[in-house]
Design a protein around this ligand. Structure first.
Ligand SMILES: Cc1ncc(COP(=O)(O)O)c(C=O)c1O
Length: 477
């Protein structure tokens, strides 16, 4: 047999690695729910990892898995825990780790189709399924991204190019005489402003429109702001509405905003990184369907579809707009065109791209979309359950409506400092991980149920522990 070095595994080693991996996955699934959510971090072990020299000789397969078990697993946050209720993140669905392994083995480069023929079709298929949720028409398209932040950035870049045309590609923002203005709400995710900075628009040209008492963008104030800017010679070009704000899950009034964008010829982008996929749920679908009126939608399979990081998605009403924004010719890269395939390097900033669509496709193929609908509906039901329990409990105060699965509340009568301590104590004891939130300037505790493992008993336990910790704090105080 030809000597190909030692980077490949023998048949026996493949079996060994496979069985160690299966054991690791099974053990993790079994033990994660009964352990701590936040690990007791062993600083010594982690500092040891930092000091490890460049390994001259390998530890071998068993050695490697032992190291993973001893150093990585015990020092990792248990996202798979049913009481991981922080940020907008949840456990990976069961088949996804296997899909990731296959994608790694195939190592397709999803840039042009000759390097990834099946992958190109699978990505189109996933995009088509997701676009279908919002009734996007023929000619629509999109691309799988690293997440919502990147999808939002790409959407704004697409809007800029669409608004400013080819001259913009040559001269850039330097040639624009009248400042281009982007509108979003005061509750928008920070990645919208970050994108504006990266793209050279400048924070001064992002207008944050106030929200109403339900944290939804005020469409009337948006209209007034656009008029005001036109009157002083500025050029409004894009509105970023949010379908599911990161704090409270508020859904901006997409219909009236779309009407305004139509009248004013503005690109409407919907940041649905958290909320758009609630369109899968029967109770939440109707309020999200108007997203289909937008020119583009960002959504995150790595949130509500429980796809392991990273898997975001940008959908565009006209695929051609994405190509205009991102195709770029180079003599050393001329891919053949074939109507069956999409050369994704022409639809985004990356050249080399991993096969992220695969884990999304495998998850939907393995479980079927109805299983995800059921999970989404269960999360909404659980959030309503938590909301009800908070409303019934005199010692707790709900801070915001609960349109999706984020529940913001605080210990009634306690100050910001006390609420913060109670949350920190809960996290420290390892029972659950919830996040902090600021609502109308007040410190709040935020549970975001993006976790298919959470049950009513978990919600009960979290609330009981918080109340008990608050009581102890008061007795101590
Ligand atoms: C509304 C909203 N937009 C954007 C993002 C950023 O998405 P990502 O973390 O996938 O980049 C988030 C993340 O939670 C979000 O909730």
């Amino acid at each position: 047999m030809a000597d190909t070095g030692t980077l490949n595994l023998s048949d026996g080693e493949i079996k060994l690695a496979g069985s160690l991996l299966t054991e690791l996955l099974r053990g993790y699934e079994r033990t994660a729910p009964s352990g701590r959510v936040m690990p007791r971090i062993d600083r010594g072990v982690l500092e040891g990892l930092l000091r490890d020299p460049f390994p001259a000789a390998g530890a071998g397969i068993e050695g490697l898995f032992r190291e993973i078990q001893e150093t990585v697993l015990p020092n990792s946050t248990a996202i798979a825990h049913p009481r991981f209720l922080a940020y907008v993140l949840g456990p990976a669905n069961g088949i996804a780790p296997f899909a990731d392994a296959v994608a790694s083995a195939l190592n397709q480069n999803c840039n042009f189709w000759q390097l990834s023929p099946a992958a190109s079709v699978i990505e189109q298929s996933v995009i088509g399924w997701l676009a279908g949720l919002f009734g996007y028409p023929g000619g629509s398209g999109g691309i799988v991204t690293s997440g919502g932040s990147m999808a939002n950035l790409m959407a704004i870049a697409t809007a800029l190019r669409h608004r400013c045309g080819d001259e913009f590609a040559k001269q850039g923002l330097q040639s624009v005489e009248s400042p281009l203005v982007l509108y979003t709400s005061a509750e928008a995710h920070r990645c919208v402003e970050k994108a504006a900075v990266i793209l050279g628009l400048g924070l001064a040209n992002v207008r944050k429109i106030p929200v109403d008492s339900s944290f939804m963008m005020r469409a009337d104030l948006l209209e007034a702001a656009v008029r005001e800017d036109r009157a002083v010679g500025k050029t409004p070009f894009c509105v970023v509405a949010t379908a599911g704000t990161v704090n409270t899950g508020a859904i901006d009034p997409i219909g009236p905003i779309a009407d305004l964008c139509g009248r004013e010829d503005l690109w409407l982008h919907v940041d649905g990184a958290y909320g758009a996929l609630f369109a899968l749920g029967r109770e939440t679908r109707d309020v999200l369907l108007p997203c289909g009126r937008a020119d583009s939608i960002a959504l995150d399979p790595h949130k509500l579809l429980f796809i392991p990081l990273e898997a975001g998605c940008l959908l565009v009403r006209r695929q051609e707009t994405l190509r205009q924004a991102f195709s770029f010719s180079a003599s050393y890269l001329s891919a053949d065109q074939d109507p069956l395939f999409v050369n994704y390097m022409d639809y985004g900033p990356q050249l080399s791209r991993s096969f992220k669509a695969f884990k999304v496709w495998c998850s939907l193929r393995a479980f079927g979309v109805l299983a995800f609908r059921e999970a989404v509906e269960r999360m909404v039901r659980l959030a309503r359950y938590m909301e009800r329990r908070i409303l019934e409990e005199a010692r707790l105060e709900l801070l915001a409506p609960v349109p999706l699965s984020a529940v913001c509340f605080r210990i009634r009568g306690a100050g910001d400092g006390e609420n913060r301590h109670v949350l920190e104590d809960l996290v420290r004891e390892g029972t659950a991980l919830l996040g902090p939130v600021s609502i109308n300037g007040q410190f709040g505790i935020r549970a975001c149920i993006t976790n298919y493992r959470t049950t009513e008993a978990d919600i009960d336990l979290v609330l009981e522990r918080l109340l008990s910790l608050a009581g102890r704090f008061r007795n101590d105080g």
